[in-house]
Design a protein. Structure first.
Length: 428
């Protein structure tokens, strides 16, 4: 046992301290605290410590509302007051820009808070395991595939929680491997996806219809057949059990169709904040063409089309492009064109554009795309990132041709260390 002072949090929400020159990560500890720990794992470059006692608590320490916090892998910093969470996220972005991007003095704006730090998620994925007819349904323990049974998820939206409560009590089909609940918060619609091995569809149809009869906001239930083991939850094949196989959500006055496999921001209320800020920073003129790379189901493309002469959306996932085209039709948006292609290949064949919206996955942009952008020289790039490290890496590549103007963190995921960031770049 040893006593240490905690200096910071790492990207997983663990307390970070130094012991004899070695970095030590301590789960449950907060910056500014003096704690007693036991070193449980020691490697060449770091060690892991078990928190035994908090000797001097941080003024920002919070009593978590969730009884399984610390066991469940969903939330990492529910023991930190919300205002302090926002500051940690701003600091995480700032450190990545300095350490990886090379910007030592660039200002990072305060992190924009979520309208609700709890009950915000419009999507939950619940693994299910069976012992004969007895089931265990919940969320995964940290860094494992052991399921922690839960009665409630405190960051999940109320309408989704009502469905989860009924499913948790009444589901009796051992073919179900996962339950996914997606909700359109502003449209008051929900969709249930049962991921199965495909062996009991008839029984599942009866249960789906019972749920439809019980919940007026449930618009459909889908069976996704996925027999392969592994970390990929959804398979490619969906079969309708009841109702319809999609829901609608409304953002900034536009209506969007969301299919079972489609990417959609999990915090609807904060997505409005994120997209409004991105469009504000884009400063779109009416005579300009905008490229929306990684456009998904076309959310930003359709919102931007109100301001631009033309919008080009590019996405490599075929079902997402089908939804994007339908979403354009639903919203009567005629000045947007969608292409199903890898943006790295398609960009070489696109007409000129003045503004680019980049919203890549966590791994960031392929270097070839960034080089193509430097060659095309659009006057402004708006980069929306879910990983400060890959954002900083990519901004460094673009810095030879672009000036970093604004860095705006946005808290899409309260109670976690995840942070979304909008970066505004202007051509030199």
């Amino acid at each position: 046992m040893t006593t240490v002072g905690i200096d910071n949090l790492n990207s997983s929400g663990e307390g970070l301290c130094s012991l004899n020159g070695l970095k030590v990560f301590v789960g449950g500890a907060l910056p500014g605290e003096e704690v007693r720990i036991e070193v449980t794992t020691r490697k060449k470059t770091y060690a892991k410590g078990k928190l035994l006692e908090v000797l001097s608590p941080s003024k920002d320490r919070n009593d978590p509302i969730c009884p399984v916090f610390g066991e469940c892998g969903g939330c990492q910093i529910m023991h930190l007051k919300y205002q302090a969470q926002l500051e940690q996220k701003r600091e995480r972005v700032s450190q990545a820009l300095s350490r990886i991007g090379g910007w030592k003095d660039h200002s990072v704006l305060p992190c924009l808070p979520s309208p609700d730090p709890l009950s915000y998620r419009n999507k939950i994925q619940l693994p299910v395991v069976w012992n004969q007819r007895n089931k265990r349904i919940g969320l995964y323990r940290k860094r494992s595939h052991e399921i922690i049974p839960i009665e409630k998820c405190y960051i999940h939206c109320p309408q989704g929680e009502a469905l989860f409560s009924s499913i948790r009590e009444e589901l009796s089909s051992p073919s179900v491997r996962y339950v996914l609940i997606r909700s359109g918060i502003f449209r008051n619609e929900s969709l249930v996806i049962f991921v199965t091995d495909g062996s009991e569809s008839s029984q599942l149809k009866l249960f789906a219809q019972k749920l439809m009869d019980s919940f007026s906001f449930l618009v459909g239930a889908v069976e996704n057949i996925h027999k392969r083991p592994g970390n990929v939850i959804l398979g490619p094949k969906n079969s309708l059990l009841a109702g319809r196989s999609y829901l609608f959500e409304k953002l900034l006055g536009k209506t969007f169709k969301v299919s079972p496999n489609a990417f959609f921001q999990v915090n609807s209320a904060q997505a409005e904040v994120l997209y409004a800020k991105a469009l504000e920073l884009a400063q779109i003129e009416k005579n300009e063409t905008l490229l929306d790379a990684y456009c998904g189901v076309g959310t930003l493309s359709i919102l931007a089309a109100e301001k631009a002469k033309k919008v080009i959306g590019v996405e490599s996932v075929a079902p997402a492009i089908l939804d994007a085209r339908e979403n354009a039709s639903i919203n009567k948006t005629q000045n947007v064109e969608f292409f199903c292609s890898e943006i790295e290949k398609k960009i070489r064949h696109l007409p000129d554009f003045e503004i680019v919206l980049l919203n890549p996955p966590r791994k960031g942009c392929d270097p070839s795309l960034l080089e193509s952008l430097k060659a095309k020289q659009p006057r402004k790039i708006i980069y929306i990132s879910c990983d400060p490290a890959t954002l900083a890496r990519d901004l460094r590549i673009l810095s030879s041709h672009y000036t970093l103007k604004t860095v705006q963190p946005v808290d899409m995921f309260p109670q976690t260390m995840h942070v979304e960031t909008i970066a505004q770049l202007s051509l030199r």
